[in-house]
Ligand binder design. Structure first.
Ligand SMILES: O=C(O)CCC(=O)C(=O)O
Length: 270
């Protein structure tokens, strides 16, 4: 049975079958304690280190979905190339459980990047992730697994969603902001799974001094070009040592599309 609070959001659970039922109903579910404390610490340190490095070196790249005038968000792209802990996240068993049960296998990792909201702003346009599919949408084309690296609160810019909007099978129109929008509040270490049709946006960070880091792993059916061009941007180290599962997720193991001279057996890089 699905169990939505009055605000339309389900409570967190560690029962993946229950979470799946919650997701069918609300378009979102919360997996409690998905990152144990030591692993969370490692992920958090690696992420803030990469963010700091990008800032210092002038490598920060804005995202097209963020408002042009807003510089409070920091995106950190291509996480698997920054630290192996992010490769582990991309192929985490909880994430892949939802990938397999919702969109099937093989699937592609379209992107895994972080968004760090900063004090004083950070809102993003309201959108659904599978916008590139022509409407009306006939079903789910991808899922977004959100790793809460910091606590997500309404104050610090927790992602906001419109519960149940996945059932409308279309993207929000310009300026359409339903009153039922809710902040996805969750402690650090929670995994939040959003399905590809649900309407959402980054919230405003209204704190004076608290950043909110979230890692967004977006997986799609294998018929879509990935958002990140792994063939061009992935570190050769990951290309060489990444697991078979990761290589599949990044499109380096063709299964019908993306063949190499007509075969599905690319050589390992040396
Ligand atoms: O930062 C967030 O909370 C949401 C980010 C998001 O929706 C996106 O990058 O597509």
């Amino acid at each position: 049975m699905a169990r939505a609070h009055e605000n339309g959001l389900p409570p967190a659970t560690t029962d993946l079958d229950q979470a799946r039922r919650d997701l069918d109903e609300a378009g979102v579910c919360f997996i409690a304690d998905a990152l144990p404390p030591a692993r969370l610490k490692r992920v958090r340190e690696a992420l803030y280190r990469a963010a700091e490095e990008d800032s210092t070196r002038g490598w920060v790249q804005k995202f097209q979905g963020d408002y042009e005038t807003d510089n409070t968000n920091q995106r950190v792209w291509n996480l698997p190339s920054r630290d192996p802990v992010f490769c582990d996240l991309a192929e985490d068993p909880i994430a892949l459980h939802f990938v397999r049960t919702l969109i099937g296998w093989p699937a592609l990792l379209s992107n895994i990047s972080a968004n760090i909201t900063g004090p004083g702003g950070g809102e993003m346009v309201l959108h659904a992730d599978q916008t590139y599919m022509p409407e009306p949408w006939c079903g789910i084309q991808g899922i977004n697994v959100v790793w809460c690296v910091d606590d997500f609160t309404a104050e610090n810019g927790a992602t906001r969603i419109v519960p149940g909007s996945h059932k409308w099978n279309r993207a929000p129109r310009e300026g359409e902001i339903p009153q039922t929008m809710q902040a996805l509040e969750a402690p650090a270490g929670t995994a939040i799974v959003m399905e590809g049709r649900v309407w959402h946006q980054t919230g405003n960070n209204r704190t004076r001094d608290t950043r909110r880091a979230g890692i967004f792993a977006w997986y799609t059916l294998p018929i879509y070009l990935p958002q990140e061009n792994w063939a061009l941007s992935l570190s050769p180290v990951v290309r060489q040592f990444g697991s078979e599962t990761l290589m599949q997720l990044m499109g380096f193991r063709p299964t019908g599309f993306g063949l190499i001279n007509g075969t599905a057996h690319p050589p390992r890089p040396v």
